[in-house]
Design a protein around this ligand. Structure first.
Ligand code: ZN
Length: 98
């Protein structure tokens, strides 16, 4: 368990085996619970195929599951990975990678 000062810890950028991650959505939630995280956003590359099982399993682990996606795009000569998460009080939108 990670020590905190009355703050909740979360990871808003996680990939599963539905894209280039090494853990299934359920394994991600199990690890999040064991690590003391309060919330995790699944943001696989260009797919939302893992979200249904992820969001369903999140209820079993007591970890808030947040649905998201990381969309690959190109602006000029620069490759951008744009992330969108939903499920917080308002949507979070940002560039995750250059
Ligand atoms: Zn990423």
């Amino acid at each position: 368990m990670i020590e905190t000062l009355n703050e909740k810890l979360c990871d808003l950028h996680v990939h599963s085996t539905f894209s280039d991650g090494t853990l299934t959505p359920e394994q991600i939630l199990r690890l999040a619970k064991e690590s003391g995280l309060s919330a995790v956003a699944l943001t696989d590359h260009n797919t939302v195929d893992g979200l249904e099982s992820f969001l369903s399993a999140s209820k079993n682990y007591g970890v808030e599951g947040i649905g998201g996606v990381e969309i690959s795009s190109v602006y000029g000569q620069t490759e951008l990975h744009v992330g969108l998460e939903q499920g917080l009080e308002q949507a979070v939108f940002g560039v995750l990678h250059f």
